[in-house]
Design a protein. Structure first.
Length: 155
């Protein structure tokens, strides 16, 4: 046996004979990993919301007003959704997959803004159901419909 291998072997055996390690326990390591994941998720959510708010700020006033209100409604009615941007539009995701989004009228030179839902949304009703809704203005009745749709979408 070489001198180097003998030294390595003796180090291993003396470490093993000293008793328990003074490092972190398995439970402590698991807790640290869990906390790191929580911090990453919080950072992603914060970054996503910043990007979403920046997109809203770029919109012309009529679309911006609608988008900001839709944002508040979605945040209040489905706090589990993570704000983000999707194809340059404000969107809300669950598990990284977009559930709903707001598209300004200006984006594609349309006559109205839209609130849309992806195939991840739980809106299924029989053989056919709407997935995109035109938004010209918001009032109490329209906001109540949006709340109901968003809650159903994430159920």
């Amino acid at each position: 046996m070489s001198a180097k291998k003998a030294t390595q072997k003796s180090r291993k055996s003396t470490t093993a004979t000293k008793g328990k390690s003074k490092g972190f326990t398995d439970e402590e390591r698991a807790a640290m990993k869990e906390r790191a994941q929580e911090l990453k998720a919080e950072a992603r959510k914060a970054d996503g919301e910043s990007a979403l708010l920046a997109k809203l700020a770029e919109m012309p006033k009529p679309d911006r007003v609608l988008g900001e209100r839709v944002h508040a409604i979605v945040k209040d009615s489905a706090p589990s959704l993570s704000p983000k941007t999707w194809y340059g539009m404000p969107a809300y995701a669950k598990g990284g997959k977009v559930v709903c989004f707001f598209q300004s009228a200006d984006k594609f030179k349309s006559r109205y803004a839209t609130l849309g839902f992806s195939d991840e949304a739980n809106l299924d009703e029989g053989a056919m159901w709407p997935t995109t809704f035109a938004l010209k203005e918001l009032n109490a009745a329209t906001e109540a419909k949006i709340v109901a749709l968003v809650k159903k979408a994430v159920s």
